[in-house]
Design a binder for this molecule. Structure first.
Ligand SMILES: [Zn+2]
Length: 157
């Protein structure tokens, strides 16, 4: 499926917000203080999204999720991935070879000494994971995402 067709398909059931004016009606403020994030998120979600934590490998039920649907940010509900972008990386974390356009902001972290590319939700700033080379074609990339930072919405039957 091409990206254009995919977006058309997503828009058909309202999964992609219309670009113009989407911010005005945004029910999730993108700038919340720390106490408000603590209140909104579970402790596990807070640790990953707001403290750059990493969940234990194979701990997320989304690792084995194979149904068709969309993956949303657990912080702000922005749609990040579709099931068509997911693949079994064998690493223990939900992995995707592509993302919807413009949904992440990238930066470099040195927590493990060697530089890694960290990515955050472009809307709420929540940390999601790291992106690596070595994914399948066509992108050759592997977006390694903490499952607890995602909310899966199955496609309606
Ligand atoms: Zn978000």
């Amino acid at each position: 499926m091409t990206r254009r067709r995919l977006l058309t398909w997503l828009s058909a059931f309202g999964a992609v917000p219309v670009a113009s004016g989407a911010g005005a009606a945004d029910p999730v403020p993108t700038r919340l203080d720390d106490a408000e994030w603590r209140r909104r998120l579970t402790p596990a979600q807070y640790d990953v999204l707001r403290r750059e934590g990493t969940e234990r490998a194979f701990s997320s039920p989304l690792h084995a999720e194979k149904r068709r649907g969309t993956y949303h940010c657990a912080g702000c509900d922005q749609v990040l991935f579709t099931s068509a972008m997911k693949f079994d990386s064998g690493t223990g974390w939900p992995s995707f070879f592509d993302t919807l356009p413009g949904v992440f902001a990238l930066s470099t972290d040195f927590k493990l000494l060697l530089p890694r590319t960290e990515y955050r939700c472009a809307r709420c700033g929540g940390h999601h994971g790291h992106v690596f080379d070595g994914g399948p074609r066509p992108t050759g990339r592997r977006w390694c995402n903490n499952g607890v930072a995602l909310r899966f919405v199955p496609e309606a039957a």
